[in-house]
Design a protein around this ligand. Structure first.
Ligand SMILES: Cc1cc2nc3c(=O)[nH]c(=O)nc-3n(C[C@H](O)[C@H](O)[C@H](O)COP(=O)(O)OP(=O)(O)OC[C@H]3O[C@@H](n4cnc5c(N)ncnc54)[C@H](O)[C@@H]3O)c2cc1C
Length: 519
């Protein structure tokens, strides 16, 4: 583990917060060759149970980045049944060849996995380091923190705030946010049920409120109550076992005795979404940027998307290969995604309300869930797979997430996920018939950022896929102008210079003049 005495004064990027999202962001940067320092307030990873639902899109992203084993491309589509607004029957489906629709993985396990890899890459991770201030000017940023009773300062070209809901980075740097006030009060705890066989299991609604019990017959059960009637009187007051017991009994309408209650906390439907994920040299990821009612288990999943969406872009910018404006694209994309989740969670909350309005909305939901297409559309929203995943890469358009598919390369049959894993931090440029022209156009400038692969089964189509699986461009090459423009927008570099140097796409590969990789 890193000691404060080993730290250097300056780093390309300082990541504040080494939770699941911060450790993944730092790992993505370190894999991109960036000199990163992680400052984490806690002395060690805690096992307080929080997120455990990893949704389909997160699985697909983590698989493409090589953190989970690549599935068999021939595997059938995977489906699972989930809940929406407390109603069971939502169908979540992952496309064929993409692995499971949901995985149950604790967030502390993910944090340990990412942190171990980070440390393996030699990245300093300083624990028990509490950041107190972030200051930036045109030349860089200064991060002040306390460690072992001393105040210390490091400087960085870029700072990433991954320090959770109460983010000091967000407040200190002056990010603005849009908030909604709490209207509901939820309690959470883990306890041993005295009579698990007779406890109300799953999502149960009565005239007084909701109980949600994940009943464990031999160990600790997770116990949640939702009171949709109003917010906590004092959300900072520590929750006691007695208050949880009284609330569960009242909502259930009968005693549901438990003992050894632990990990007690309150939460609410308060939401906050920063207006911009970037302010100069400071960026936000995870709960530092967005918080919402944890219905449907989407918060960490959003954070995983943030980390993977930011990592490759910030690596390009920190290396001087791309203009910082690519970070504004990160901000816009992730803001839209979080806004969608916040709207979806608010919709669930309204359908959970006790009374005639809630009853009507839940009835409508029941009808909706019986319609297979609408059910699947809602399932895609919850699993953050909102963009359609085309079954064939040829049909993919810009903004689609490119679903796994067989790719016939010059060296054998592979698939999109395996090519992503092999490409590391680079994007993929898959080209059919036009591969020689594409290489001549692209390799002198973008070889470090994009891997060009001949995909014999793509015919006349060329597809540019970002490291996070999104299609940046697809179509027939033509004079190459559109592709070059999109390459420059996505991965940095000068499109004009590329066009001039390559003098059109007909230039043979051997004739291409090699220029510095930063184009
Ligand atoms: C009951 C509950 C259930 C949930 N279930 C799910 C689920 O199933 N699926 C899902 O996707 N999401 C779920 N969530 C949401 C999920 O837990 C969060 O979205 C997730 O923890 C966000 O990760 P993060 O790394 O952004 O923030 P955090 O996990 O809060 O990590 C922030 C890190 O920053 C550190 N830090 C804070 N301040 C400082 C500082 N000043 N200096 C240095 N370090 C600092 C902290 O110690 C911490 O390690 C749930 C939330 C709750 C409350």
């Amino acid at each position: 583990m890193t000691e404060a005495g080993d730290l250097r004064q300056h780093h390309q990027v300082v990541v504040v917060g080494g939770g699941p999202v911060g450790s993944l962001t730092a790992l993505e940067l370190a894999r991109g060759g960036i000199d990163v320092l992680v400052l984490e307030a806690a002395p060690h990873t805690t096992d307080v149970p929080k997120a455990g639902t990893i949704h389909a899109r997160s699985i697909q992203l983590l698989t493409r980045r090589g953190y989970f084993a690549a599935p068999d491309v021939d595997a059938e589509a995977a489906s699972t049944t989930f809940h929406y607004a407390g109603v069971w029957g939502l169908e979540i489906t992952a496309p064929p060849g993409e692995g499971p629709a949901i995985a149950g993985i604790g967030q502390s396990d993910l944090e340990r996995l990412f942190t171990a890899r980070l440390i393996g890459l030699g990245t300093p991770v300083l624990k028990a380091a509490v950041v107190t201030e972030v200051h930036q000017d045109d030349g860089g940023a200064t991060v002040t923190f306390t460690h072992e009773g001393r105040t210390r300062v490091v400087t960085a070209d870029w700072v990433v705030g991954a320090d959770g809901a109460r983010s000091i980075v967000r407040r200190s740097a002056g990010f603005t946010a849009t908030e909604t006030a709490p209207t509901a009060a939820a309690l959470l705890g883990f306890a041993v049920l005295d009579d698990p066989a007779n406890a109300p299991r799953g999502w149960v609604r009565t005239e007084r409120g909701w109980t949600v019990l994940n009943v464990d017959h031999t160990g600790f059960s997770r116990i949640i109550t939702f009171d949709l009637g109003g917010p906590h009187e004092d959300h900072r007051r520590p929750l006691t076992a007695e208050e949880l017991q009284v609330t569960v009994d009242r909502f259930a309408g009968r005693p549901v005795p438990f003992r050894n209650a632990r990990s007690l906390s309150r939460f609410s439907d308060y939401s906050r979404l920063v207006d911009d994920y970037r302010l100069g040299r400071v960026l936000l990821v995870g709960d530092a940027a967005h918080v919402h009612f944890p219905l449907g288990g989407q918060g960490l999943n959003l954070g995983i998307g943030d980390a993977i969406g930011l990592g490759w872009r910030l690596a390009l910018v920190a290396r001087g290969q791309a203009d910082p404006s690519v970070l504004d694209v990160y901000s816009r994309e992730r803001h839209a995604c979080a806004a969608g989740v916040i709207a979806n969670v608010a919709d669930q909350r309204e359908r959970m309300r006790i009374g005639v309005d809630g009853d009507r909305l839940r009835h409508e939901l029941g009808v909706l869930l019986e319609d297979r297409d609408r059910n699947r559309a809602l399932g895609s929203a919850i699993s953050v797979q909102s963009q359609p995943a085309p079954s064939a890469l040829q049909d993919a358009a810009r903004g689609d997430f490119a679903a796994n598919t067989v790719i016939e390369t010059d060296t054998g049959v592979s698939d999109l996920i395996r090519l992503h894993v092999a490409a590391g931090n680079r994007g993929l440029l898959l080209c059919g018939d036009a591969s020689e022209s594409v290489r001549a156009l692209v390799e002198p400038f973008w070889a470090e950022r994009v891997r060009v692969i001949r995909a014999r089964n793509l015919g006349a189509t060329t597809v540019l896929v970002r490291p996070d699986g999104e299609v940046a461009w697809s179509g027939e090459l033509g004079d190459g102008g559109e592709l070059v423009t999109r390459l420059a927008e996505t991965f940095g570099g000068s499109a004009a210079r590329a066009r001039l140097t390559s003098a059109g796409t007909r230039q043979p590969r051997t004739g291409a003049k090699r220029l510095p990789a930063d184009g």
